[in-house]
Design a protein around this ligand. Structure first.
Ligand code: ZN
Length: 341
């Protein structure tokens, strides 16, 4: 009998946000990776997505991720898993119910809008409290591995916080777009791996690194615009949307049936390995620009931020935390957007 084909994947164990590179193969009705194996009927196979990444969700919150979709599809076919999605749907009434929902959505809006509709519906159905627990879970997963206590002095941190409060109060007074109901800004040492960065988690937790505040110490308006951009992600619940989209059907189902345990367990790994979509970034930029301007900040200073980041990227390895602001260098459009009156 020929040996089962193997695939190199990144394994997120569901507790830590750091992946390990392992080999995966299918044999005897089980998926094997590293020293572990899981029965095939307990894993969630990836949705077919147009772009890059494929992810296998493991029971208990881990996931296997691979950027090379073509390699994954070839491996899945060679392992006899081409029809897995349909087969799995038939095995579970919950998924069958959801497939019916998705079919209706598909009929109503066409295939292209089927999944976004399911995601939007699931976002609306997710209680704010559940979203906050997701964020807390992710933050706990990042602390230690990615984030350390801030090295800035208490006075320095307070000076930034005071500045933001003043800015946001000014924006509110100017009648800007409403602020998210809950947001908490955490200042952390991002170390070598995160460097100058900021990102927003589901439920309103926003992390800004010492390195970003140091890089932009003389550019408070750029810092304010970055913060406003992250508030935009919170306002639009992009973190939750990203998780639902990344987990696709399995996770959407967990929201619809009201069982958030799978969503909670998968949160750190999903958010560490998936980037916000371009549409979400554009929405956050839109919200951020108008909020920052209402606060009296000169958003064109973002050009300086992108310039300094680009200079750093020339010497520093690519950013592995996909939702972080510096993981996607700005294109000219974005710079222009923040500079357009
Ligand atoms: Zn963003």
């Amino acid at each position: 009998m020929p040996e089962a084909p193997r695939l190199s994947v990144d394994w997120f164990d569901g507790r830590s946000a750091r992946p390990r590179s392992v080999q995966a193969w299918i044999d005897g009705g089980r998926l094997h990776f590293d020293e572990h194996s899981v029965p095939l009927n307990r894993i969630t196979w990836p949705e077919r997505q147009r772009h890059g990444q494929r992810q296998i969700l493991l029971p208990g919150g881990g996931l296997l991720s691979i950027d090379d979709a073509a390699a994954f599809d070839a491996w899945a076919r060679a392992s006899g898993r081409a029809d897995s999605l349909v087969v799995r749907w038939q095995q579970s009434w919950r998924l069958a119910m959801l497939s019916l929902l998705l079919m209706l959505a598909g009929l109503a809006a066409g295939y292209r809008w089927g999944l976004p509709w399911a995601v939007d519906t699931a976002v609306d159905l997710t209680p704010v409290a559940a979203e906050q627990r997701l964020g807390e879970q992710v933050l706990a997963g990042l602390e230690g591995d990615w984030l350390r206590p801030s090295q800035l002095t208490t006075a320095q941190q307070q000076a930034w916080r005071d500045r933001w409060s003043r800015h946001l109060a000014r924006a509110q007074a100017a009648g800007s777009t409403p602020l998210p109901g809950r947001y908490v800004i955490h200042i952390r040492d991002g170390g070598k791996s995160l460097g100058p960065n900021a990102f927003a988690l589901p439920g309103g937790d926003i992390v800004i690194t010492d390195e970003l505040l140091t890089l932009l110490a003389d550019e408070p308006d750029a810092v304010m615009t970055v913060l406003a951009h992250e508030l935009g992600h919170v306002h639009h619940r992009h973190g939750l949307r990203l998780m639902l989209r990344a987990g696709a059907v399995g996770v959407v189902t967990s929201v619809i049936v009201g069982d958030f345990s799978a969503l909670l367990a998968a949160a750190p790994a999903v958010l560490a390995s998936n980037a916000y979509s371009r549409d979400n970034e554009r929405e956050a930029d839109q919200y951020g620009r108008s909020l920052a301007r209402a606060a009296g900040a000169d958003t064109s200073r973002m050009a300086v931020f992108f310039e300094r980041l680009a200079k750093r990227h020339a010497t520093v390895a690519d950013n592995p935390l996909a939702i972080a602001i510096s993981s996607h260098p700005a294109d000219a459009d974005r710079v222009r957007f923040f500079s357009t009156p």
